[in-house]
Design a protein around this ligand. Sequence first.
Ligand SMILES: [Zn+2]
Ligand SMILES: [Zn+2]
Length: 138
Amino acid sequence: MTDVTVLQGSCLCGGVRFEVTGPFERVVQCHCSNCKKISGGAGTVSGRAQTDAIRVVAGEELVRTFQPAEGTAKTFCAECGSNLFGGGWPASEHTSVRLSALDSPFTDKPTAHFYVRSVAPWETLPDDGAERFDVHRT
Ligand SMILES: [Zn+2]
Ligand SMILES: [Zn+2]
């Protein structure tokens, strides 16, 4: 892909707004237990970007990052709790941008399912042809 597009994103309350310069390097759905806790659902769907490609344009004072005991730091809005980034933003080289936070039209589908071993009994793994990984791609 050669298209360079700027995607806009925000949290539920609108306090935090960000931009990410695309395209994403990949789009992945993660089914791990951490992603379930923070998403309130079956996990997170994220686009992988260079951390440098992300710019918080409003509400920087509302942005909080939580470092769980295991896994990478997760970033959310302190006001509404919306999950925004994973993967260790802002210190990491790459950041996982939650597609749920995007406002710009975006149609790419996940090409991989990570942490398939953590799929919950109440969760149905879609038969979408995307590669499946017990943990994640190494
Ligand atoms: Zn918010
Ligand atoms: Zn995860």
